[in-house]
Ligand binder design. Sequence first.
Ligand SMILES: [Fe+2]
Length: 608
Amino acid sequence: MVVLGLNAFGQNPAAALVVDGKLRAFSHEERFNRLKSSHSLFPSQAASWSLKSQGIDIAEVDKIAINWDCHKYPFTILRNFASIAFKGILGKKPDSGIRSAGDGMGNVIRYINTYRPSNYRSMLYAALRECGCRGPLPEVVYVNHHLCHAYQTYYQSGFDDALVLVADGHGEESCISGYTVRDGKFTRILHYPIPYSLGWFYGGFTAYLGFHANRDEGKLMGLAAYGEAGKDDNPWLKRLDRILKVKRHGFELNPYYFKMGGNYHHARYTDALAKFITDYDADLRPIGLGEKAEVDGKITNRYLLPKYIELAYAAQTRLEEALQALVTNMVGQSGLKKVCLAGGIFMNCKANQVISQMPQIDEVFIHPASSDDGSAIGAAYWVSRQLGADVRDPLRHVQYGAAFGNDEVKQALDICGVEYQALDDPAATTAKLLSQGKILGWFQGGAEMGARALGGRSIIACPTQETIKEQVNSRVKFRENWRPYCPSLPMENRQEYLQSSAHQPFMIRADQATQLLARQAPAIVHIDNSVRPQTVDHEVLPLWHRLICETGKLTDVPVLLNTSFNIRGEPIVNSPYDAIRTFFSTGLDALVMGDFLVLKQGSKRNWQ
Ligand SMILES: [Fe+2]
């Protein structure tokens, strides 16, 4: 049984191929077409590659699973929004969320047209024809969006009975859905409808601070950590009650300030939010993309002004509190203590840390591709299960993307006219280079799903050097110096380096560094002493594990600085050609691809 799951025409298009209920291939369209996020596109290359990699023709696909229930469009969606708008007209409070939701009707009409079933299927079939698919095409099945997220995280968690919390921008009608799963039966026990979206809340503040919403939420999270020291005097922690008030078992959100409000100041927040903030402090106006200011006598990004950091800290804290309240609610209702999380909100490592540490919870599984990309997996699981497959499929690694053998790597190097060396032991050679302070590109096995590089397409360095973070920023990644880098370390070393001692294979939740880690590897510890670790199991990723251990033998610190193999604003490299191009357009010292080493001849940093 073959099901092709798709996230198409929206954020981060992706394809997931599920065969007999198990994930066989997954890829993001951006990795192939090199357009970051590839918003609104069809995942044509990702779908073609997924099928080809498994030797499957489109004629052998039983169903195509779509991660949106388009049958909800237009009638159910239109009815809901009309209802909200009508109630708003009758509403008494001028900034009532109910009243303001009606102002978003224009957006709704646009969505309705794109997502109505016949239009969506026509666009999808046309795109498949452009991919070269001939003959009859598989039936298209539309699946409830939040159920897709729920299926992706639950069935890859390995848990039996559990809670599932889904939180993102929005589904067809929902912004938050909570489920119990008992004996494989999903029962919804928690629901926040549109427009009460924590995703829109966080995206609004992301945009307010001059970042790209739906892409740069991680920057807001990273910036918030700088507000930890001044939290006791932060005025916004209380003032944000007007916008998002957290209660013991949930929250009240006034969506008038965000996407569903009127008088757009910005697509993600309204003039009302700007007024609310600047009424208190006129200096805290919305920040334009790339806007600068003077901080401590230096010209730098405006969002680094302490007042904006306070705002970021308050938004992050309020999000964490709201999510904790939801989990408290669900645990209280059900008595279940294992929790699965998915939806774009749960790309937030700090919030995931807070949830993971809640005393009411025994275990947490956070899907590493929690945004809409990964919901393509859930769509395929849902349809596979309808067809009778056992879809329990615990996730051990994320390298389900394009893979290239040594023959293909060598061919790419030859075509590009690049000098290279064949290596007997790539891990040992790479460890030696790392111990010498070099920054390397590391390209091995399949490309990762999700936003993190976990040993397949990584830029790596030894984090013990004081200046290595600045070097990686200034000559390789070209990104902001205040943002943290992540560590990869052997699973067996987690107790000495991580306060929680938890095995965290997907770099999706934060932890606190032990004093030892902060002292030995300062380059990967953030301002608030947090880290976003990957703990590596030698049985799952033997080469990656060995590289870290070999480096540790030379440096006494078995920890790597591990960041994704791309430069700022570009997708992670996918093919050997992408890696070669990125290698030569940055200050990387060396590139290890498969069993081959490429050096930068004539480099001023000649280290031979
Ligand atoms: Fe979603």
